[in-house]
Ligand binder design. Sequence first.
Ligand code: FAD
Length: 431
Amino acid sequence: MAWDFETEPEFQEQLDWMREFIDTEIVPLEPILDELPRDEWNAVRDHLRQKVKDRGLWGAFLDPKLGGQGFGQLKLALMSEQIGRSMVSMVIFGVQAPDSGNMELLANGATDEQKERWLWPNLRGEITSAFALTEPFNAGADPTKISTSAFLDGDEWVLNGHKWFITNASSADITLVFAETNPEHRPHKHASIIVVPAGTPGMDVVRDVGTMSHPKPEYGRPGGHAEVVFTDCRVPADHLIGNPGDGFVLAQKRLGGGRIHHSMRWLGQAQRSFEIMCERAVSRESHGKLLAQHQMIQDYVALSHMELESARLVCFQTAWKMDRHGASAVRAELGMVKALTSKTVLAVLDRTIQVCGALGYSSDLPVEGWYRGTRFGPIGDGPDELHKSVLARTLLKGYKPVEGWPSEHIPSRRPAAEAKWASLKAEAGVA
Ligand SMILES: Cc1cc2nc3c(=O)[nH]c(=O)nc-3n(C[C@H](O)[C@H](O)[C@H](O)COP(=O)(O)OP(=O)(O)OC[C@H]3O[C@@H](n4cnc5c(N)ncnc54)[C@H](O)[C@@H]3O)c2cc1C
């Protein structure tokens, strides 16, 4: 097996361009981003997007046969790390959740006509989309149990149900709704994905829910997480993606490489946080020496670097394996990547806050905001507990139970050791 940790020079040039572009065009805007007039921002955003498109880096995550660039997961991981330096870059590079996952879903399940209507406009950035699975009264971690239902009435689907935390549902043009259409085929063939355009009668976007990240959300602002009620909401029959009952499988498709991309974006953010920690450590003195000279601070720096490097390598290796063997070969690893990085990033952000003291806790630095935003990491996209459980079960499949003493029990191994020793002595001609 060959191991190569170098990036091809041509691709490294793209990565360098991304780094430069993000650091000079996007990062400087951060202090005023929330205040920019929406229409002006949209115009500037489109201008920046065009530069990304001209460079061939727009919407890079899709498979080439689906209209993407065919970078593969390893390159996408490297790109995602750059994008994570400033999360707003996601909308500039056309990789923002939930659109990216929705596009993968549509690419995999939609008919040509549906792709014309929703996928390509979404990919071109002309429309935005939301994905509605989670419900207030069912555990979102377990999509085998949902209460939202849809039934076919003539040539229309009729949806009823209650969703929440639906990112962008209050601003998106379409929402892909995960609804039960085939209760007789629970647990995994019971649900379908149905596209509901914004403004469809019976779809009530009640509010954007306040979160740690945005305690007082502005209704309808992109990035909000909406509560949505469907009451006899009717859409044409051809708004079903795939076949009835395909929802579960299609929903899985939107998460494959996405977990690596999320994770690498988090690591990009954590790396920037690490740089803030180190700069502060070498700049501020306490008790007669620089923070950087206190051993506990050195421990924070070293530990953060070690954890970031470890998580990066796990991401890269999983991406590499996925490129070679496909998503199904790395199912458990994808969960591992997500569970490992979500914790790593929070640990690094937390240490940065600690090293920066009151300043770190304040909104004069971006880290507290990143921490609040990223705290959803261990919860969203399947809670970490679930991913760890899948990983553990996968690993445990490789083990067989033994009767009595464990295989490594030293006293029990003694007779075999003595027999081996006797045979090796004989082989070596030792009397
Ligand atoms: C910022 C944000 C954006 C989101 N965007 C969307 C979106 O666009 N669309 C959408 O549909 N949803 C979205 N969600 C919802 C998200 O997917 C769910 O929060 C997640 O799936 C967990 O579901 P839940 O909140 O119902 O928690 P629950 O399922 O109730 O789980 C709560 C806790 O129970 C524990 N737990 C659950 N199951 C297990 C298990 N099997 N083993 C061990 N412990 C377990 C975990 O600690 C977990 O955190 C978003 C959430 C957030 C915070």
